[in-house]
Design a binder for this molecule. Structure first.
Ligand code: NAD
Ligand code: G3P
Length: 319
């Protein structure tokens, strides 16, 4: 059974390597013809995942007609997912596995809801959880959550995507899986900002814990299950992303907190997702103080010390 991956960034390339090393043929699609040709020739994604070798059974292409598999992984940034789906109607009757973590700014939708809106005939699934592309590409052990509402298709997909270094757990709660992955990026920005501003490890632990409470509040109100939030896609990814300098969201927050510049070409999903989440939380009257502070930081309305002081000064409450 072969797999196609749309999006040849760091994550798409790392999944291609891991799945191909498990013996399945992979077609990796890039929107950029020159980049696709270079990757196909050099067997490396020098721009997004330098140092990792593409196995012989990965074919890199910019031809959409080469995407003939039923299973297509969508490994593009969340804010690009709609345009990718709209531009590729030939994919609309396939099994589309979102690999992005975020909430669309313009609609407030997560990847599953977005696939269902644009491609209602597709089977929508999400692959998410604590995983750095560089780790996966090196063959380091990684566990992920794969969520889909179609239980039979979910088992097939799980078997297709498992690899020696990639353990995939099934979940029947796509809403919970996608929200955990999206919201943890907002908390990673908050934690990075606190660390960048020198507020200390204790402050970070508080932000992780209270951030998790905040994630649960929003996710449960939207129909997610609390055990999903406590799993790899929620708590697991929250811990990884809030504590590692490998994370782009954490590093972006760290630069923000330290008053340093950050390369604008780097994918930082949590920025747009913080705004989308706050819009939705306000509409639903859900209290998300850390998300609110992240948006205030992004808008330069507060600095990190002011934001933390406001969080600490909120009225006393029960944990
Ligand atoms: N990098 C990781 O460690 C990692 C791990 C887990 C999940 N993810 C998630 O995967 C998603 C993609 O992240 P990434 O790390 O691969 O990002 P990246 O910045 O490395 O690559 C993004 C890729 O998307 C492509 N792209 C952007 N807009 C496009 C469009 N309109 N049409 C086609 N292709 C387009 C770019 O050309 C690029 O190849 C994100 O949602 C991220 O949260 C990343
Ligand atoms: O580099 P980040 O912050 O996008 O995080 C990558 C993955 O989501 C970690 O699981």
């Amino acid at each position: 059974m072969s797999i196609s991956i749309l999006g040849s960034g760091a994550f798409g390339t790392s999944l291609a390597i891991s799945i191909a090393n498990a013996g399945r043929d992979v077609t990796l699609w890039s929107r950029d013809n020159d980049a696709a040709e270079e990757m196909q020739r050099t067997r490396e994604n020098a721009q997004r995942l330098p140092g990792a070798t593409l196995p012989y059974n990965v074919t890199v292409t910019s031809e959409l007609s080469a995407i003939t598999d039923d299973t297509v992984l969508l490994a593009v940034p969340m804010q690009q997912l709609r345009s990718v789906l709209v531009a590729n109607p030939s994919l609309h009757n396939r099994t589309l596995v979102a690999c992005c973590k975020g909430i669309e700014l313009t609609s407030g939708k997560g990847p599953i809801e977005l696939i269902q809106e644009v491609a209602p005939a597709a089977t929508a699934a999400i692959l998410t959880g604590p995983s750095f592309a560089a780790d996966i590409a090196k063959g380091l052990p990684t566990a992920l959550t794969l969520a889909c509402a179609d239980a039979d298709r979910l088992r097939d997909l799980q078997n297709q995507l498992m690899a020696p270094n990639l353990r995939i757990y099934r979940s029947s709660d796509p809403v919970g899986a996608e929200l955990g992955g999206a919201l943890k990026n907002v908390m990673a920005i908050a934690c990075g900002a606190a660390m960048g501003a020198g507020l200390g490890e204790s402050a970070r632990a508080s932000l992780i814990t209270r951030g998790f409470a905040e994630m649960n509040r929003m996710a449960l109100a939207l129909g997610a299950r609390s055990d999903t939030l406590a799993g790899l896609s929620g708590f697991g990814d929250l811990i990884l992303t809030c504590t590692s300098t490998q994370s782009r969201n954490y590093s972006f927050g760290f630069a923000l907190g330290g008053g340093q510049d950050f390369d604008p070409s780097v994918t930082v999903e949590g920025a747009a997702t913080a705004r989308a989440t706050l819009n939705r939380a306000d509409a639903m009257k859900i209290d998300m103080p850390i998300t609110r502070m992240v948006v205030a930081l992004l808008d330069r309305k507060l600095d990190v010390r002011e934001a933390m002081a406001q969080l600490l000064a909120r009225p006393p409450k029960e944990e």
